[in-house]
Design a protein around this ligand. Structure first.
Ligand code: C5P
Length: 224
């Protein structure tokens, strides 16, 4: 009998894209199917954790036994995460959060003008949810924060730098065009000792490997 590696642990996961409204029928979003985040939620539940999934708009079914909160915008995702943060042992930020939102969304559908003039959008910056959670990490190291980075090049260099900049113990890197919408992926784990490549596999297999890496790491620094 193998005890489940995350039994008794609470884990909060964000997944999917965010959607930032322009008006009631239009918006801007990021490329993300939600598959990787949902796979992490499923794997964490299989490992015995109590899982809360804060999800942007996706076409996916909630994994068995996982509690899900649906949000649209980055601000809503931020607020849902902050509300649920107390007592969480792990935070895994898989969502592709929009960096900017439209500062002046219209409450009514914007109409096409007869003279061909186009709407002027102003943007403002969204909160960085992962950085906000990392800033709340307790002295005992909880919640243990795991970030994701989708890069288009120089992943080894950018991944290590991003882990440091975000102030998190573990960052998972992947290459955008090798993962978006796909069922499999290649990921690289960056931690204080360097990097480890997890070779191409389906997202659930990688999610299970990631969950096992997370549980090893929280056991090491555990005061619980
Ligand atoms: O800096 P970058 O956006 O590439 O960092 C990606 C990581 O930060 C992901 O884990 C993503 O979920 C998280 N993130 C966030 N809030 C943002 C932007 C990114 O939580 N506004």
């Amino acid at each position: 009998f193998q005890p489940k590696s995350l039994a008794g642990r609470r884990i909060l996961i964000t997944a999917g894209p965010t959607f930032e409204p322009i008006d009631p029928v239009r918006g801007i979003t990021n490329l993300s199917s939600g598959k990787m985040g949902y796979a992490v939620a499923r794997a964490a539940r299989e490992a015995g954790a109590e899982v809360l999934l804060v999800s942007g708009p996706t076409a996916l079914e909630t994994p068995f036994g996982v509690q899900r909160v649906n949000v649209q915008s980055a601000q809503q995702m931020h607020d849902a995460v902050m509300d649920a943060l107390g007592g969480q042992h792990v935070f895994v930020s898989v969502a592709a959060v929009a960096d900017w939102r439209v500062a002046n969304p219209s409450t009514q559908k914007v109409k096409k003008s007869a003279d061909g003039s186009v709407p002027q959008l102003q943007f403002e910056q969204n909160p960085d949810i992962l950085a906000a959670v990392a800033a709340r990490t307790s002295l005992a190291g909880y919640p243990y924060c795991v970030g994701f980075a989708a890069e288009s090049e120089n992943l080894l260099e950018y991944g290590a730098a991003k882990r440091e900049r975000k102030g998190i113990p573990l960052l998972v890197g992947n290459i955008g065009h090798q993962t978006f919408g796909q069922d499999d992926n290649t990921i690289i784990l960056f931690d204080e000792n360097g990097h480890t490549i997890l070779p191409r596999a389906d997202k659930l297999t990688l999610a299970r490997q990631l969950v096992s890496e997370i549980s090893k790491r929280i056991e090491k620094n555990s005061l619980f």
